[in-house]
Write a protein that binds this ligand. Structure first.
Ligand code: CP
Ligand code: NVA
Length: 357
């Protein structure tokens, strides 16, 4: 029997596989958009037959096993499954027996007997490892204490789509052609700065960006609570990503030469009791125009944030301003999750050469 493919972090994938998911996401997006909003896609005078994207989940069910809140990941997953011809079942922690009356092992075996994939958002990372160990169907990480792989897929798709902002020789990507899908633009090597907490979003950046040729500059507060956990750093070193990472405590130094500045919440889900202490420890880490100017960021720097966002980590001027790519980034959660569902749950094949459908 084939080994069940699971995806816990982008560290599990080669750069080629990551690129393959992005290419598939781009393809699925531009195959789906005209279908969803034909009135917005009218190339001059042409009559073009609309084609549905891959129906690899036709008649299949995907369990969304979420023990934490979600807006983007949940909506992305439910709408993506529908477009692939399948059905997503949202199973929140109040809905099922998991964690109260039933173990992860038994839950994985039972759900895996009825559904063709499990997209799981958990607390401790060990919980999703346990699900994957006993699941007969692929398990995809929808966020754990350590990793958030589907977020970084969306960030990468967004950066590729906006490659022209970082390279004046490139034209903006045309998205209004339904007869032809333009290739996803290549991205020049970027300097990406992260200012904030060492949490799941940063961790997947650490194991991904350096392998794709980008350099990362990170500033977190000096306390040990804000450094990468050993399990994460071991993967960073194993993949030789540490060579492409500068890590310090001064946000101004971190944004030096940055083409992209990224942050995340200072208080991740489950850390609410630490709020007061964290707000103190992160003083001076708010992303603002002044911080990036004083630190010497590229004058054209752009901003990413996984959302949900609080104003203390990034002010309104940046968040809602012209540098911000946060809403295209949020939408791209859908297309990248759709690609991951298609390849992982539909085709059991993350990124090998396959015809696009
Ligand atoms: N970025 C992200 O994962 O958002 P949600 O928590 O709303 O899913
Ligand atoms: N680090 C945040 C990400 C939310 C999408 C959290 O875990 O809550």
């Amino acid at each position: 029997m084939a080994t069940v493919p699971h995806l816990m972090t982008l560290a599990d994938l080669s750069p080629r596989q990551i690129t393959r998911i992005l290419t598939q996401a781009h393809h699925l997006k531009h195959r789906s958009l005209p279908w969803l909003a034909p009135q917005q896609y009218k190339p001059s005078g042409k009559r073009v037959k609309l084609r549905l994207p891959s129906q690899s989940l036709f008649n299949k069910s995907i369990a969304l096993l979420f023990s934490k809140r979600s807006t983007r990941t949940r909506v992305a997953a439910e709408t993506a499954a529908l477009l692939l011809g399948g059905r997503a079942l949202f199973l929140g922690k109040e809905d099922i027996q998991l964690g109260v009356n039933e173990s992860a092992r038994d839950t994985a075996a039972v759900i895996g007997g009825m559904c063709q994939g499990i997209f799981a958002r958990v607390g401790e990372h060990a919980e999703i490892e346990e699900l994957a160990k006993y699941s007969p169907v692929p398990v995809l990480n929808a966020l754990s204490s350590l990793w958030h792989p589907t977020q970084i897929l969306a960030d990468l798709l967004t950066l590729h789509e906006h490659a022209h902002l970082f390279d004046p020789t490139l034209q903006p990507l045309r998205v209004d052609e339904r007869s032809r899908i333009a290739p996803l633009p290549n991205l020049r090597p970027l300097t990406i700065a992260y200012v904030g907490d060492s949490a799941n979003v940063l961790h997947d950046m650490l194991v991904t960006y350096p392998r794709l040729g980008h350099s990362l500059r990170v500033a977190t507060p000096p306390q040990s609570a804000y450094q990468a956990p050993e399990a994460v750093w071991n993967r960073v070193v194993e993949l030789q990503c540490d060579k492409g990472i500068w890590w310090g405590t001064d946000p101004r130094e971190a944004v030096k030469g940055a083409d992209v500045v990224v942050t995340d919440t200072w208080i991740s889900m489950g850390q609410e009791a630490e709020k007061e202490q964290r707000l103190k420890d992160f003083q001076g880490y708010q992303v603002t125009e002044a911080l990036c100017r004083e630190g010497g960021a590229n004058p054209d720097w752009k901003f990413l944030h996984c959302l949900p966002r609080k104003a203390h980590e990034v002010d309104d001027d940046v968040f809602y301003g012209g540098r911000s790519l946060v809403f295209p980034e949020a939408e791209n959660r859908k297309w990248t999750i759709m690609a991951a569902f298609d390849l992982l749950f539909g085709k059991w094949n993350l990124g090998e050469d396959q015809a696009l459908s």
